[in-house]
Ligand binder design. Structure first.
Ligand SMILES: [Zn+2]
Length: 382
């Protein structure tokens, strides 16, 4: 048993030595990079923009990667030499060094070294996360005015980001002043934990997700209505075929997802597309008064403003009578089009003539007699 234990300890010791060696090699690498830049800077025809490209070519890495390495080397050599020295001694690894550079970047050299002096002695015994929070604390202590300024900036930049992902998922991120975003996180976490404690078997992670989305979207009668457009090939909805649908503004969703969404949830509008041409044919109309539905249908069918080359979303356009109401045009599908305001003016005041020989098919005649056809477009690559 003792033999086994000492063999295990020997392996851990070996790992420690290897990590120290790696830190030393990284330090040397960064110094060489820094020296290279300095050497090149002495050339009379030196252009600093060329250096990253030269390094990138030699190391077969991307330009931006070389650039970030050079910047790191420069910061360590010029601003935090003690950290670079600690890497040489194997007490600070690359990740920790980078963290110190990033966190002190906004400070003067003098203040940056003040922070370094306070956190470096304990850096070897701290994890990366611990080191980061110690460094952040010292940074805000050294310059509290700047810390508050950064917080105000975060407040001004507050935002929510939506990012569709490749695998049928998407991400919603909330950015803003830390203490407030953290408060929201605490509420989610606390609610999820209480549900868990009460016997809910979903994972904590899944519970936080469900609690958040229930709060935003509402549950049951409290559901808040928002309209999203789900384009489905008519065949898929009937349960035949496996073609994905397209959620407008997001991208493709699987047939199963279409069916789950279509099953009675009024916040989704199904848009039926012709299975052959992929062109919008009709839309679920049950939740809107006819006129609103018709306007909405026209916007969905046209997709964008129908003027030649215009890409403004039809939902941001006005619904226009192709043949003016005053000239006897009717309020029907085949006489309504989506036009943005500037293009509406083009038609009304600049002598462009628009006709709609079939619903969704447009012919434009310019004042000099050129004709442009805008055919209905398919959302699908059929
Ligand atoms: Zn337009």
């Amino acid at each position: 048993v003792i033999e086994k234990l000492s063999a295990a300890v020997a392996l851990l010791d070996r790992l420690q030595v290897l990590d120290q060696q790696r830190a030393r090699i990284e330090a040397e690498r960064l110094q060489v990079l820094h020296r290279y830049r300095e050497l090149r800077a002495r050339d009379s025809d030196f252009d600093s923009r060329s250096v990253p490209a030269e390094v990138a070519l030699a190391l077969r890495v991307s330009n931006s990667h070389a650039e970030s390495q050079l910047a790191l080397a420069h910061s360590l050599a010029e601003r935090l030499p003690d950290t670079l020295q600690a890497m040489h001694e194997g007490t600070v690894d690359l990740a920790k060094a980078r963290a110190l550079v990033d966190i002190t970047q906004c400070l003067s050299v003098e203040d940056a070294r003040g922070v370094e002096a306070r956190v470096l002695p304990k850096a070897a015994d701290r994890t990366l996360t611990q080191l980061r929070s110690a460094a952040r604390y010292q940074r805000d202590r050294v310059d509290p005015t700047a810390a508050e300024r950064r917080r105000q900036q975060a407040k001004a930049d507050r935002a929510v980001y939506f990012e569709p992902m490749e695998d049928g998922a998407a991400q919603l991120a909330v950015y803003g002043p830390g203490e407030r975003v953290f408060q929201a996180w605490l509420l989610l976490d606390d609610t999820a934990r209480r549900l868990r404690a009460a016997g809910d078997e979903r994972s904590l992670s899944a519970l936080r997700h469900d609690v958040l989305l229930d709060l935003i979207l509402g549950k049951g009668d409290a559901r808040v209505s928002v309209t999203a457009y789900l384009h489905v090939p008519a065949i898929s909805l009937a349960g035949v075929g496996d073609d994905p649908g397209i959620l407008s503004g997001y991208g493709p969703v699987t047939r199963q997802a279409c069916q789950e969404l279509a099953a009675g949830d009024a916040t989704w509008r199904r848009v039926f597309t012709d299975p052959i041409s992929g062109v919008v044919k009709d839309m679920d109309r049950r939740t809107y008064r006819p006129s609103a539905t018709l306007a909405e249908f026209v916007a969905v069918r046209d997709g964008t403003c129908v003027a030649p080359g215009c890409t403004r979303s039809a939902h941001a356009c006005q619904v226009d009578h192709t043949v003016r109401w005053a000239d006897g045009g009717c309020t029907v599908e085949g006489n309504l089009d989506a036009l943005c305001w500037p293009d509406h003016r083009l038609k009304e005041a600049c002598g462009w003539v628009l006709t709609q020989p079939q619903p969704g098919r447009y012919l434009w005649t310019s004042p000099v007699g050129q004709v442009h056809e805008r055919a209905p477009e398919s959302m699908f690559e059929l």
